[in-house]
Design a binder for this molecule. Sequence first.
Ligand code: MN
Length: 425
Amino acid sequence: MPTDPSLTSFVDVPAGSHFPIQNLPYGVFRPQEGVMPRPGVAIGPEVLDLSALQSRALFDHPQIAERHPFSGPTLNTFMAMGPDVWQHVRERLTELLQEGSDLHEDANLRERAFFNREDVEMLLPAEIGDYTDFYCSEEHATNVGTIFRGPENALNPNWKHLPVGYHGRASSVVPSGTPVRRPCGQTRPDDDEPPVFGPTKLLDFELEMGFFVGPGNRLGENIPIDRAADHIFGMALVNDWSARDIQGWEYVPLGPFLGKSFATTVSPWIVSMAALEPFRQAGPEQDPEPLDYLHTDRDGAYDIHLEASLTPAGGTAKTICTTNFGYLYWTFQQQLAHHTVGGCNVRPGDLMASGTISGPDPGSYGSLLELTWRGENPIPFEAGSERTFLEDGDCLTLTGWAEHDDGYRVGFGECTGEVLPAQGG
Ligand code: MN
């Protein structure tokens, strides 16, 4: 069983590492400049090159021999292959990483297949054809609704009946570590004056998690909720950077546009749903009962601890939010069932994000908009400085992990980005 807490690897995994043998998340890395990127798996401080294992025919599944999913610079082919192949690869990797395995005994192969994670460049794990962002945290939707419309109208009438979402921009999804330029745009700071153009003054982050789609569906055919899990490859951290002043002026009536599309950052390691299975649990009670196409008896929440920290230029990091994926009202399965119920086709490598994940306490709010309550309560930083929204040079980092009772962590690594001054600024 790949999630057995007693399993150990011949690779030395320090206590508290995000990447023990029970995790085995997938990513795409470039070993050094000028070399082709290839899929890999994180184990402790190392990356294991899957293309090297594939070329030695160490996976004996017929579909792998036929389709070579680890030859290209993305994971899309592997994502498309579905749960049977994913399970085969995960079980085989679990064997190969234990003492006495074919890999352990082959010093030559080990030399070629392992890289130190600090020496490699991590890229986007997939070619993302489409990116969709949902709005699935009741606490977040309530907070934002209260800030903009007052507590009586906080949740819109549709919110408890369907997972609200919008089609985002896939071209500006970037891997962790990519700097993010402060966007310019149109805002209307004074309701009695005409709009103005300039750099956003209200740059924010959104702490989210996303999933990558595995096998897709045909146009015109939906993915039923009870089969949705087979179409979900795995999860990553997502920062849905937001320009609140641009968003606030542009969003009526068609929703977010330029206030969101300038950048979305994803963490490089995709944690499989199999690795997260020990942490699956019941989510918040759904009342009213969802319509049949969104109804399932299978628990779809996961106990994943999440944090956001802010590091001012030249300063030290401060944790500004601590929350949990388990607070989400709508599950990933429900998001996927809803997304496809009208016949919209999704494809392997598509990214779907949860929406900002806020919890019930003020310290668990997943955006500065909520943490500072639209700037009314600044967050103190060292030397008397404070933050309401992000400033140039600020670095925003998300991290998260599930912690097993027997001590191991299934972690997601980091999702980080530094804010650059606006173009020409
Ligand atoms: Mn969002």
